[in-house]
Design a protein around this ligand. Sequence first.
Ligand SMILES: *Cc1c(COP(=O)(O)O)cnc(C)c1O
Length: 367
Amino acid sequence: MEIKFLDLQKVNLSHQEEIENRLLTTFRSGWYLLGNENKTFEANLSSYIGAKHAIGVANGLDALRLIIRGYLELGIFQKGDQIIVPANTYIASVLAISDNGLQPVFVEPNADTHNLDIDKIEAAITPTTKAIMTVHLYGQVSYNEKLKSLAEKYNLKIIEDNAQAIGATYNGIKTGNLGDASGFSFYPGKNLGALGDGGAVTTNDDALAKVIRALANYGSSEKYVNDFQGLNSRLDELQAATLDVKLNYLDQENKKRKAVAKRYISEIKNDKIQLPLFPIDENSHVWHVFVINTKNRKDLQEYLTRHNIQTIIHYPTPPHLQKCYQEFNHLSFPITENLCKEVLSIPISQVMTEEEISFVIQTINNF
Ligand SMILES: *Cc1c(COP(=O)(O)O)cnc(C)c1O
């Protein structure tokens, strides 16, 4: 048996007929950008999330960049301002901040959930802090009442990096509708994945939505009238059509992921391995990835490879230690750095069979 980390072919072929029909219709329509498919998907995404606006963009990094750029154009952020971000996030969250000329301020995660340690945020706030970028890492909600009241107390925007957690809820409210604005990624491997790149911004803020829509289209809301020095970041019609089909199955597929996680947590028994906690509110986690901790990572990964089980490390090097961020290389975030040494993601998806799940469990138990 061979277990891929994620069998994308199987994921997409499970909707083959519906996707192929929509793609063919779109192809034959002769309209490939900013058309009906994008409009339909935006309307369905905004109603799924519960946010007033959804704007399709080219990818998840752009979604986050555009949110910050939007606040700059509105005069709410200034260049040089600070945005708090978890130290163990994927680098794209940080790139979106620095690319706009703002400063990322790293805060350690909680060692159990790997999500932002909300109790450590207040100590990092300065007079130039303008926002908290909370990242729903691995698919788990990173938000609570304390985060909300901190943001209110210090007049900070909450930007959600919702690349990994589409479909998760906090007290019945979807991620993407918890903060002031949220960035989504539809990278093929995400829970809602396109057949290439894609992304979206959701927000309830009319002014921000208007600016972002213009910024994503050369800074123009009327053809050949440019209010901003914008960029070109659009969700194309073929991706929008695909995503619109797959959105209908997202809840069902997230439920399947949860069932895999449940089996892993109840059946993996190995003293060398620390499992993630199954959250009390099951809907607060959509299990984008299933991350275990082990002090024997190298051995375990090699052992699993030998047994034809693919694994990935999310992520081996934190942003502050990357070559591209030499100005932060001197900083030390021990919890983050330790997690980076111990984490290993094992296969999880909506298309794994019970047999495959059992094989992963047994193989890990025999390690
Ligand atoms: C995937 C991802 C992004 C970037 O999305 P792209 O569509 O690949 O640009 C940003 N943040 C997080 C946490 C991600 O996992």
